[in-house]
Design a protein around this ligand. Structure first.
Ligand SMILES: [Fe+2]
Ligand SMILES: [Fe+2]
Length: 385
């Protein structure tokens, strides 16, 4: 299989696994599930090319093509664990597979099909179970698999997601916030970082969904943890950085939703409302039991730039906390790469290049450099102008 087809196969797996994850949280009819199935089909057709079918075998928690493990990071591993959960050892997909058949597979794997996971005309499932003995010349076969159970991003349970949504809802109604629940969520993210995972890819399943501030906060949390762990930060500081990221935009919940979601230009008054969210967030968090002080500081400082521009004004005379600098980077990255009402999404290369040149002015130079390293580690083809 040539490189192009292999990449298409990895894309197929990524879209399929994301569709299953999305379908566990949202109805099967959700547009995002349909979109991911369509993308999966498109990638599948490129991967199959002129062959008649493609056979993915599951061996323990790896996907194997022919006799070689596919590698490729967390999505093949994620698909393998989904197949394992359904007792499937072999997935054969013919070139005539349809989007509807992919949706049937997604329904089965996400537990939404009362008949369970089942074969269709062009997608055949087998119970075949293989053992794979890794050889020395095959580095991808020697992972850290089989160790104690560690949480993956997708292990963020529906219950935890709902808990987080409740917290956001309660906050919108100006109720007091307790850090119980938030703390568990951050712990499960941190556990995921103890394994080799691609934090950038982990952002994808939650993207493009509604509830911008909610998904944005999760994305910023994942990116901040990626930055912090890459710098060797661990323990309670890492935990507090995660919580701070998750809560950095909490003040936005006090901005009217019509203003937050307004398509097109904001007028001066509306901008003023948006610009008050760091102060409102900090004022709110300072009275919340169990919320670390770092979260208060981060909420207040995350829009103050390295060169003291940004907002709140008159706050730039003192040095910002490292957590605020990290949040500024993650925040900017996520805001620029995600579709939002007041600026269209841009592609990764453009975003990364823009941010690279902001290092030393708007963004902290060393942290910006480190952020680019993280991006290029997971996207080796990334070309920064
Ligand atoms: Fe913000
Ligand atoms: Fe933000």
């Amino acid at each position: 299989m040539n490189e192009l087809r292999q990449q298409a196969l990895l894309d197929f797996i990524r879209h399929l696994a994301s569709a299953v994850t999305t379908a566990t949280f949202y109805p099967l009819e959700h547009t995002q599930v349909g979109k991911l199935c369509a993308r999966a089909l498109e990638s599948l057709q490129q991967a199959i090319d002129k062959d008649s079918e493609i056979a993915l075998k599951r061996v323990d928690e790896q996907i194997v093509i022919g006799s070689k493990p596919l590698g490729g990071g967390m999505y093949p591993a994620r698909l393998a664990s989904m197949l394992k959960h359904s007792g499937i050892g072999l997935l054969k997909v013919s070139r005539f597979a349809t989007q509807e058949e992919i949706l049937t597979l997604v329904a089965g794997l996400s537990g939404k099909d009362e008949n369970g996971t089942r074969s269709t005309e062009n997608i055949r499932l087998g119970k075949l179970e293989l053992r794979y003995a890794p050889s020395d010349d095959d580095p991808s076969a020697t992972g850290k698999r089989g160790e104690a159970e560690t949480a993956e991003f997708e292990d963020l349970t529906e219950e935890q997601i709902n808990r987080l949504k409740d917290i956001y809802e309660a906050t919108r109604k100006k109720k007091k916030l307790h850090s119980v629940g938030i703390s568990e969520i951050v712990s499960s993210f941190i556990a995921a970082f103890t394994r080799e995972s691609n934090p950038i890819l982990a952002l994808a399943p939650l993207k493009e969904m509604d509830e911008y501030t909610f998904t944005h906060s999760i994305n910023v949390c994942i990116l901040n943890l990626a930055q912090a762990t890459s710098l060797g930060i661990e323990g309670s500081l890492l935990h507090d950085i995660g919580i701070s990221a998750l809560l950095h935009d909490i003040g936005k919940l006090q901005v009217p939703i019509e203003v937050l979601n307004k398509p097109g230009q904001l007028d001066d008054d509306e901008w003023q409302m948006i610009r008050r969210h760091p102060l409102e967030g900090a004022k709110f968090l300072i009275n919340c039991p169990g919320v670390p002080r770092l979260a208060v500081v981060t909420a207040y400082e995350h829009h103050i730039r390295f060169d003291a521009s940004g907002y709140p004004k008159n706050a730039g005379s003192r040095e910002q906390n490292i957590s605020s600098h990290m949040t500024a980077l993650s925040d900017m990255f996520d805001a620029m790469s995600t579709h939002r009402t007041y600026s269209p999404s841009r592609d990764l290369e453009e975003v990364a290049t823009t941010m690279k040149y902001m290092g030393g002015t708007q963004l902290h130079p060393l942290l910006a450099e480190n952020f680019m390293k993280i991006l290029t580690k997971f996207h080796p083809d990334l070309e920064l102008a």
